[in-house]
Design a protein around this ligand. Structure first.
Ligand code: UDP
Length: 195
């Protein structure tokens, strides 16, 4: 599938339901998958940061348009992205899927009180999720050490709410090591979910 290039970042031209079908398929096959939900700030950062751009364009498996701004930018360039596909929407959809299939989920990010509230809510609203890890995003360890900790729990799904580019840098380590999980940076989603 040819990607749509916006300021050097390649976006996949799928609708939300098309993305979901692809993610489910890879999840079932336990294929290592990195999803980046790119908003305008991410695109602007990637434009000036080749190593971040490399992660988005060459390590990530899918790049979605996180926000109507990206969809409009595509239109101005005479191209078409079907719709916005946000990190938050995908996060809650993945939680439903994980609950249905009793999957192993690792959550990392946000302030200690926020991740505690997220943990509580996941345990009460998604009781069949196997929560294999839950930690805040203000760790002192290197990203490599954190990645090893995550890997050791053998998760099916990893969500990192560390803000960009940190979240993608952490998940790219796991993706490059071929961790058989679906991984996605979710920005401020834990704050929204817990509130
Ligand atoms: N965050 C974190 N560790 C850090 C920096 C930020 O866990 O070292 C968390 C922050 O608490 C928030 C989330 O990352 O929950 C997203 O932050 P922000 O809204 O700034 O990022 P964006 O949504 O713009 O990617």
């Amino acid at each position: 599938m040819v990607k749509i290039n916006i300021l050097g970042v390649g976006f996949d031209k799928y609708s939300l339901s098309e993305f979901e079908a692809k993610f489910l398929d890879r999840l079932k096959k336990r294929q290592s998958t990195l999803i980046v939900t790119a908003n305008p700030e991410i695109v602007m950062t990637a434009k000036d940061d080749p190593s971040y751009r490399e992660i988005i364009n060459n390590v990530a498996d899918y790049v979605t348009a996180d926000g109507i701004g990206i969809v409009k930018a595509a239109r101005m360039l005479g191209k078409r992205l079907p719709e916005r596909v946000t990190g938050y929407d995908l996060f809650t959809w993945f939680l439903d899927t994980a609950n249905q299939d009793k999957l192993r989920v690792y959550l990392i990010g946000a302030k200690p009180e926020v991740i505690q509230a997220v943990e509580k809510k996941v345990k009460s609203e998604y009781p069949d999720i196997d929560l294999v890890g839950c930690e805040d995003g203000y760790f002192k360890d290197s990203l490599e050490t954190v990645a090893s900790r995550i890997k050791a729990t053998q998760p099916d799904l990893v969500f990192a709410a560390l803000g960009f580019p940190k979240q993608e840098r952490l998940l790219a380590i796991l993706r490059e090591e071929g961790l058989q999980a679906t991984m996605m940076g979710v920005g401020g989603s834990f704050d929204v979910f817990s509130g």
